[in-house]
Design a protein around this ligand. Structure first.
Ligand SMILES: *Cc1c(COP(=O)(O)O)cnc(C)c1O
Length: 391
């Protein structure tokens, strides 16, 4: 069966369904057993072997969504990131990784890798030359994350994929921000695709899970470590995640549409200094976005002008919530200088391009006009220099 020929919404709805043979119900039954008979079966089923009926079914859906042969589901995005990285890195091996990756992945590397004798180089910038210059004789893995957090910088997947192939290296990507609806890195020769399913795959801010997708060979290598580390997901949450994925295509497309409209609206707004969104002509990586993304995503960032008080702005919003996480059906925002990047000094933040007035915005599925009205009124409320005082 050619899975690529199927539309994303059909994959979301149908691939990997379990048939209810007993009652002929419309949806996958949930099998909560942690114990299965071991005679007359090829495989011994057990949740931590990642092979319960619901786990296997959901893996088929995720593999189909990412255009790969296989997938595995984990108890969190970081369980997926850590298991995937450690599966391909042995003692004495070297990893090349951009500095601007998800904070949890960054901490994993700087806090744990020296214990295992794994070397790494953090690179600034994500062009092919930046990766190439950092490759050493013991380099085994190139790690990428595109679009990046919070400035939505893109990495050229084709360029890094071909660089890795020419040097015999394995490529791992954190594809969380794009979701499988907007970007399929396997089509560009990237080996292992990682998701925090807590984000767009779950999509309702109520599931913590992770996933990896890749070839049978790559996924089997990750599995061999995964069963020892033990980061599997409970079958009840697996079943909930399957339900969430059924609407991922329509959710993410609605979020793409809202985000593009919001980016255009904010870019024109006099109280907004700058907007970062791959779908804007003004984004430095817009051409890369058009080449490798099916949609520009639901994440954007913007800088408030100096005339706007950031705290008042965030607290004046009526629908849009202040929230640490992202990718739910509700629009949320946060200030990176107060959250993900709070531990950096103002100078260090500035070096990474994160100004104090920066807001990271996760677009929901609300009606655009309501989001626009909410942002407009909050900008009026939070002007430090009101028009009256100026005149
Ligand atoms: C949230 C996130 C993760 C980690 O996922 P958890 O489910 O929180 O463990 C990894 N990468 C990115 C880009 C994320 O946004």
């Amino acid at each position: 069966m050619d899975k690529k020929a199927k539309g994303v919404n059909t994959i979301c709805t149908h691939i990997g369904e379990l048939e209810d043979k007993t009652f002929k119900g419309a949806i996958s039954p949930l099998y909560m057993s942690t114990s299965y008979d071991y005679e007359d079966v090829d495989i011994k089923r057990y949740p931590r072997y990642f092979n319960t009926p619901n786990q296997e079914a959901l893996c088929r859906k995720i593999a189909a969504l990412e255009h790969t042969e296989a997938a595995l589901i984990f108890g969190s995005g970081m369980a997926a990131v850590s298991t995937a990285l450690l599966a391909f890195l042995n003692k004495g091996d070297h990893l090349v990784v951009p500095r601007q990756i998800y904070g949890g992945a960054y901490n994993l590397i700087v806090e744990e890798f020296s214990k295992y004798g794994i070397e790494y180089t953090f690179i600034d910038g994500t062009e092919r030359t930046a990766f190439e210059n950092a490759i050493q004789p013991n380099t085994r893995v190139l790690y990428l994350e595109t679009p990046s957090n919070p400035l939505l910088t893109l990495t050229d997947l084709e360029a890094i994929g071909s660089l890795a192939r020419s040097r015999g290296l394995t490529t791992l990507i954190d594809n969380t921000f794009a979701s499988p609806v907007n970007q399929n890195p396997a089509d560009y020769g990237i080996d292992v695709i990682i998701h925090s399913a807590t984000k767009y795959m779950g999509g309702h801010s109520d599931i913590c899970a992770g996933a990896v997708a890749g070839s049978h060979t790559h996924i089997d290598r990750i599995f061999q470590l995964a069963k020892n580390l033990g980061g599997s997901l409970s079958d009840y949450t697996v079943w909930l995640l399957e339900r969430s994925l059924k609407t991922m295509g329509i959710r993410v497309r609605a979020q793409n549409e809202n985000a593009l409209k919001l980016a255009n609206f904010l870019e024109q707004h006099p109280d907004i200094h700058k907007v970062y969104y791959p779908g804007l002509q003004s984004h430095p990586n817009h051409q890369i976005a058009k080449a490798q993304m099916h949609g520009f995503g639901g994440m954007l960032s913007f800088e408030l002008s100096e005339a706007v008080d950031q705290h008042t702005f965030m607290r004046s919003l009526k629908w849009i919530k202040v929230s640490m996480s992202l990718a739910g059906v509700e629009s949320t925002l946060l200030a990176p200088s107060k959250t993900s990047h709070a531990l950096l000094s103002p100078e260090e933040r500035l070096k990474t391009g994160i100004r104090d007035g920066l807001i990271r915005f996760s677009t929901g599925i609300e009606d655009f006009e309501d989001l626009k009205a909410d942002l407009t009124q909050a900008l009026v409320q939070s002007k430090t220099i009101s028009k009256e005082t100026v005149t």
